[in-house]
Design a protein around this ligand. Structure first.
Ligand code: SF4
Ligand code: MG
Length: 328
């Protein structure tokens, strides 16, 4: 089948006092109907800017999509006018943000906001919209939807607000859902419930999900495929099984090593030494070279291409094969 979302050579830059800085630097990514794809990496790697670019929500200025295409069901979103994007956002493609307080309006009740979203995209009466809003809240596991409908965002817990956000995001049955760190601000139990909710949505309605996260536990739990981002580029891509059992990029290997052993432990046994490089348009060579324990001469000179290592498994590294690590 055709991908429902296909990002091609996306480059998004920010104008700074030091010139044009590429936050997303030539990203290719495909999302097929019914799939959950994880986009992982440390903060600042460009994953959120990738998702904002897809929705054409990059603050501009200083941000700008300077190259590439974003095909949603075959139609490139990059050249579209804001008015056209408004018809697509919330309808064909929706986004769930980390902090629902920033996307919920504090001045309106949950019901008013849900109804507004519904009526923006569908010709339905107020009464119908209200009925649908109540049923959406029930769908996302809110036990007293009739009560919540007349409440304001600040009256709800963080977990409840995230459920409301999801209800709004799925209200018009989007074909693509982008979730940017949707559970990061929540405690572990609520986190699991929210992930279950997204997975159920994906299974039941075939909604394709792009899951932006720094948490490999979330990826293992939720995703079919995963793309690992580093310094604005995808450095590895493959099925979740490939990535976890045979990582081919040293950065991915480092990320996997740094996953806490105990599910409820926040202690990291390992963290990748060093920092994400300061991005600039003059960067050359492999972006990970300054932190890589396998670095070779060529690495600082030439940027490796993303190449296929086994069917559907890609890595951007000069090493032909990454040495396997002994189990820790
Ligand atoms: Fe390390 Fe070189 Fe591979 Fe970059 S290309 S990840 S520096 S081995
Ligand atoms: Mg982010």
């Amino acid at each position: 089948s055709e991908p429902v979302l296909r990002i091609e050579n996306l480059k998004t830059c920010f104008m700074t006092s030091k010139g044009e800085v590429p936050a997303v630097d030539g990203v290719d990514l495909a999302l097929y109907p019914g799939e959950v794809v994880g986009l992982v990496g440390e903060s600042g790697c460009g994953k959120s800017i990738t998702s904002l670019s897809v929705l054409r929500l990059v603050p501009s200025p200083p941000g700008k999509i300077v190259e590439g295409a974003i095909y949603l069901k075959g139609r490139d979103l990059v050249p579209l006018k804001e008015k056209e994007m408004c018809r697509i956002r919330g309808k064909t493609i929706s986004m769930i943000f980390q902090e629902p307080m920033t996307s919920l309006n504090p001045l309106f009740t949950i019901g008013q906001q849900l109804m507004e979203t519904l009526r923006l995209h569908e010709r339905i009466s107020r009464k119908e919209a209200m009925r649908k809003a109540v049923s959406l809240l029930a769908d996302v596991g809110i036990s007293r939807p009739d009560k919540v409908i007349s409440q304001y965002p600040h009256e709800l817990s963080g977990g409840m607000r995230q459920r409301v956000m999801i209800a709004m995001a799925i209200s018009c049955n989007p074909e693509v859902l982008i979730a940017d760190e949707p559970t990061t601000a929540l405690d572990v139990t609520i986190q699991a419930q929210i992930l279950d909710l997204l997975r159920a949505r994906n299974k039941k309605h075939g909604t394709a999900v792009l899951m932006i996260t720094h948490d490999l536990g979330v990826v293992a739990e939720m995703c079919d495929r995963v793309a690992v981002m580093y310094a604005g580029k995808v450095v590895e891509q493959g099925t979740v099984r490939d990535i976890f059992s045979r990582p081919q990029h040293p950065y991915t290997q480092g990320l996997i090593r740094s996953v806490p052993r105990l599910a409820d432990s926040r202690d990291r046994l390992y963290s990748i030494p060093g920092q994400v490089p300061v991005m600039s348009s003059q960067m050359k060579g492999c972006r990970f070279a300054s932190r890589c324990s396998y670095v070779m001469g060529i690495c600082t000179e030439q940027l490796p291409e993303l190449t296929e290592r086994s069917t559907g498994h890609y890595s951007r590294c000069w090493l032909e094969e990454l040495p396997r690590e002994d189990a820790i």
